[in-house]
Design a protein around this ligand. Structure first.
Ligand SMILES: Cc1ncc(COP(=O)(O)O)c(C=O)c1O
Length: 393
């Protein structure tokens, strides 16, 4: 029998993700799964057809290491069209296996053991794991609701989090799980700190096309003097309802892109050959596509938020993304989100995710629970009905 521990000590404490546990519970109980953030409708037919055509025409072997040239060109065109950003597709863009690999490539490619990374908590769950794999340390800055229910951070906390060991700030806007869109003022505060302390900013913008109520996405790389120190990450999964394709990308100045690519090439090398030209088709779709996508999701957001409020939760209205966060304490005074989510499928036939898994300091998220709105309206309405009926019983 093997006597030693198989798992690297760097990943001690990173067990099976809560999404696997909750999705298994959904299957076991037949509950409606508002836990994991994946849409239950297909993406635009032009994009799906392009992938099928690529497979049929033999685009099935390793694509170029940097990614298919037509996709890199489409990413450059997209960044210019939506944000006025100019990129050289031959040196400033690399295609990755989703934003997840982009994050891993960036963090493993840039961090040394002992380095520190300033992160806003709560955060997407791969951030802490990748920082740990790099032997670095995540230093959290808390995002918490203000009196109006808007998630904010204290600039003093951000400044206090930066030390001599800080190498980069890891930002995510629009933000999962809170649905927050960082305002231009907030981005300017982050930029000021990055400039003062000579920090790199790695920014995860996978929800860049899912902003509600006519909000505009502002990439932090467009702020003065930030382009040269910002690595931008995005992917096509959320924008084209193709989360299973895992086509993402990094873009920015050559030294930062090269650092991420150097690690990335030893992770997957390349991925998704036939999906890459299909993503290029998606990125070039007319404005009407992007407007329709967000209009539909906003309606779903409204149904979900209205329903969660009717069920008695304190509900923080998301400004963007697939998710709404609630405070469960009005319906469950124990405020134990983990226990609440574990019993919810049996009690109500609905699956949600406890936000504490998104925090470096779990106590800050103990009473919070996340529901996904990226589902068909009838699915959301059915889930909401069950919650209104069952949650406070
Ligand atoms: C903030 C954030 N970043 C990255 C990802 C992963 O993106 P991808 O599926 O392209 O790897 C997600 C997916 O949920 C996310 O919410």
């Amino acid at each position: 029998m093997l006597a030693r521990t198989a798992l690297t000590s760097k990943l001690a404490g990173f067990g099976t993700t809560i999404f696997a546990e909750m999705s298994a519970l959904a299957v076991e109980t037949g509950a409606i799964n508002l836990g994991q953030g994946f849409p239950d409708t297909d993406g635009p037919p032009e994009v799906l057809d392009a992938a099928v055509a690529a497979i049929r025409s033999g685009v099935n072997q390793y694509p170029p290491g940097l990614g298919a040239p037509e996709l890199r060109q489409a990413i450059a065109d997209h960044q210019r069209r939506f944000y006025g950003i100019e990129l050289d597709p031959s040196t400033e863009i690399v295609v990755t296996a989703g934003a997840t690999e982009a994050l891993a490539g960036a963090l493993l490619g840039m961090l040394d053991a002992g380095d520190e990374v300033v992160v806003f908590e709560p955060m997407y769950d791969s951030y802490q794991a990748c920082i740990a794999l790099a032997g670095a340390r995540a230093v959290p800055v808390l995002l918490a609701p203000d009196n109006e229910g808007r998630y904010v951070f204290d600039p003093a906390d951000l400044r206090a989090a930066v030390t001599e060991r800080t190498k980069l700030i890891l930002l995510n806007t629009p933000h999962n799980p809170t649905g927050k869109v960082f305002t231009v003022d907030e981005l300017a505060t982050i930029a000021e700190v990055a400039l003062e302390r000579d920090l790199i900013v790695v920014t995860d913008e996978v929800y860049e096309h899912l902003l509600f109520d006519d909000r505009q996405h502002v990439p932090i790389s467009t702020l003065p003097s930030m382009a040269e120190r910002t690595l931008t990450i995005s992917s096509g999964g959320k924008t084209f309802n193709t989360t299973g394709w895992k086509v993402g990308w990094v873009s920015g100045p050559e030294p930062l892109v090269t650092a991420a690519r150097t690690a990335k090439q030893f992770l997957t090398y390349v991925n998704g050959a036939p999906f890459q030209p299909a993503m290029a088709v998606g990125l070039a779709l007319p404005d009407a596509y992007f407007e329709g996508l967000v209009a539909e999701l906003q309606t779903a957001r409204d149904h979900l938020v209205g329903g969660l409020r009717a069920a008695g939760f304190t509900t923080y209205e998301p400004e963007a993304t697939y998710f709404a966060t609630v405070d469960i304490r009005p319906v469950d005074p124990t405020g134990d989100g983990m226990a609440f989510c574990r019993s919810l499928p049996q009690r109500c036939g609905v699956v949600a995710v406890p936000n504490e898994v998104f925090y470096a300091r779990a106590e800050h998220g103990r009473h919070l629970v996340r529901f996904a709105c990226c589902k068909r309206l009838e699915v959301i309405d059915a889930a909401v009905e069950r919650l209104i009926e069952g949650v406070s019983r």
